[in-house]
Design a protein around this ligand. Structure first.
Ligand code: NDP
Length: 448
């Protein structure tokens, strides 16, 4: 799609020139700019006050060396990042990703998306993201701990419970958060809620582990209701087998669906009888094993050693929960021709722009990541609230608040889309609703 205004085309070209080679960031910015174009035309003061120019430039980018010693006594050096994108509506908030593919462009794309996602939750949190090209896979517990301690030694200078509150993402779960928190507490000599996704015995919130996956299903339920549909009796295809995928599967099954696929970066399993989630949890959460092992233990299941082929399996609902750009136009065509009528994104930006276009123009119900996977960060904000109160809410209370937030996100995205003449287009709706709150806060703050 091309921009109607020269202003946005020029701005997009500037973003590309100033952030060379950062293709994921360009993709994320383009999508938002395309969506908010009608808002800018209707409210030219956002242009006059340079709001969009400011918004596409991170407030701060921190890049640092992370040296650590492996089990053989060798020195290893990784790169650490924290992109503090926007603090217009609250302290910086967003996860940390440890994966070999991490570089500045990935962290910027995730941080940029986080601004709008966090705004959509209705809670006072700004946007940020961080991470490292460190790969926790295959590392010993001691190596992961030494890496996390080194990473936090530098990061601790830039974060704080009122400044920037990181959380987990790919490769950063409760184990890594524990090591990071321990080192922060030791360096700063203070017990504060500086990270979310903490263990329950030292300030974590109930439901945080389940939140992104559960929230994804609560959002999807609302979307399905729009067509008089539900999860009940549907075949659901899920990619990934990490935190988001596992708890999306758990909630979808609870709501009456049959989950038939799960994957990791090596391949996927297909179980027509419905995946045995307890077995997946034993393999992935307890043994930190590979999804291939499921097919060894469960003879009904088929293992395909190519994770990209997962979208060839016929399903009613697809929940991509692994990583960015895992669905291209070809996969989208296959999904639709095999009967898939709803797609909701658990991962960040898992569908590429052509795939999204294909879904939207073929009447598929489509829940974009910014809205559909915001349950994780929303519950993180609830963890921050509990830490500030020095109190813990029970599971039912946090779960009910999460559900409420997801229903609100669906409604505000849907309303914004309709208001700007794009009824049913939740991509545009989520971007518009997320943008307006942040942009208005920026207008109030003046040029800062
Ligand atoms: P995990 O590390 O727990 O799991 C990631 C899963 O995705 C693993 O199964 C992993 O397989 C697979 N995966 C990772 N990279 C690739 C790749 N390049 N190709 C294929 N599969 C891949 O991460 P999460 O579940 O926490 O995160 C998954 C997605 O959800 C990410 O996009 C993340 O940004 C997003 N998200 C997470 C939130 C959270 O609360 N955790 C909140 C909002 C969004 P393997 O083990 O082989 O690497």
């Amino acid at each position: 799609m091309n921009f109607k205004t020269g202003y946005l085309e020029e701005l997009m070209q500037r973003v590309i020139a100033r952030n060379r080679g950062e293709v994921e960031f360009h993709q994320a910015v383009r999508e938002v700019l395309e969506s908010i174009e009608p808002v800018l035309i209707k409210n030219p003061r956002y242009i006059g006050k340079g709001i969009v120019e400011s918004l596409v430039e991170p407030e701060r980018v921190i890049k640092f060396r992370v040296p650590w010693v492996d089990d053989m006594g060798r020195i290893q050096v990784n790169r650490g990042f924290r992109v503090q994108f926007s603090s217009a509506i609250g302290p910086y908030k967003g996860g940390l990703r440890f994966h070999p593919s991490v570089y500045e462009g990935i962290v910027k794309f995730l941080g940029f998306e986080q601004i709008f996602k966090n705004s959509l939750t209705g809670l006072p949190i700004g946007g940020a993201k961080g991470g490292s090209d460190f790969d926790p896979k295959g590392k010993s517990e001691g190596e992961v701990m030494r890496f996390c301690q080194s990473f936090m030694t530098e990061l601790s200078k830039h974060i704080g419970s009122n400044t920037d509150i990181p959380a987990g993402d790919i490769g950063v779960g409760v184990r890594e958060i524990g090591f990071l928190f321990g080192q922060y507490k030791r360096i700063r000599n203070g017990f504060t809620g500086v990270l979310t996704g903490k263990g329950l015995n030292y300030g974590g919130s109930l439901v945080r582990t389940e939140a992104t996956g559960y929230g994804l299903c609560y959002f999807t339920e609302e979307m399905l209701k729009e067509r008089g549909e539900s999860f009940c009796g549907k075949r659901v295809s899920i990619s990934g087998s990490g935190n988001v995928a596992i708890y999306a599967a758990q909630k979808a099954i609870e709501l009456g669906a049959k989950v038939i696929t799960m994957s990791d970066s090596d391949g996927f399993i297909y179980d027509e009888e419905g995946i045995d989630l307890e077995l997946v949890k034993r393999i992935k959460e307890i043994r930190r094993g590979r999804i291939l092992e499921y097919a060894d233990m469960c003879t009904d299941a088929v293992y395909v050693p190519d994770c990209c082929k997962i979208w060839e399996v016929p399903c009613d609902i697809a929940l991509p929960c692994a990583t960015q750009n895992e669905i291209n136009k070809h996969s989208a065509e296959l999904l639709v021709s095999n009967g898939c009528f709803a797609v909701a994104e658990g991962a960040n930006m898992p569908s590429d722009p052509d795939a999204i276009e294909y879904f939207l123009s073929n009447g598929v119900l489509f829940g974009p990541a910014k809205a559909a996977n915001a349950g994780g960060v929303a519950t993180s904000a609830l963890e921050m609230t509990q830490n500030s109160m020095r109190y813990s809410w029970n599971f039912e209370k946090v779960d009910a608040m999460l559900k409420d937030i997801m229903v609100n996100i669906y409604q505000s995205s849907s309303r914004a889309a309709a208001e700007y003449g794009m009824k049913g287009n939740l991509v545009a709706g989520a971007n518009i609703a997320g943008f307006i709150k942040v942009a208005d806060a920026m207008l109030s703050h003046g040029v800062v």
